[in-house]
Design a protein around this ligand. Sequence first.
Ligand code: 5GP
Length: 111
Amino acid sequence: MTIFLKIIQREIPADIVYEDSHCLAFRDVNPQAPVHVLLIPKKPVASLDELTEDDAELCGHLLLTVPKIATLLGLDGGYRTVVNTGPHGGQTVFHLHIHIMGGRNLAWPPG
Ligand code: 5GP
């Protein structure tokens, strides 16, 4: 079981900023920007690579939820979304998550 599933199941604490029936968003424990939130599906999909056509509606819901969270968190000046995938992508937790980062000017390109 991943640490994110434990957060969904309230087995470990997290600073939750948004929740609905399909997804959960909470602050990253090691923030890389003044605002750094992780948006995750409640369905335990390991990564983008594990998605199937059956997940199309879920994917749409996740993307449509991003700007709602950005508004909730006051990210008026814009924000960065990142989905790390696999070891070369820097993924460390194998439960799909969208990083939402903002609150300062973010450099490009990353990493
Ligand atoms: P990844 O490297 O897989 O793209 O991102 C995983 C993220 O999860 C990292 O930014 C890391 O700081 C965050 N993280 C890992 N464990 C925990 C935890 O127990 N609680 C919270 N809130 N974030 C975590």
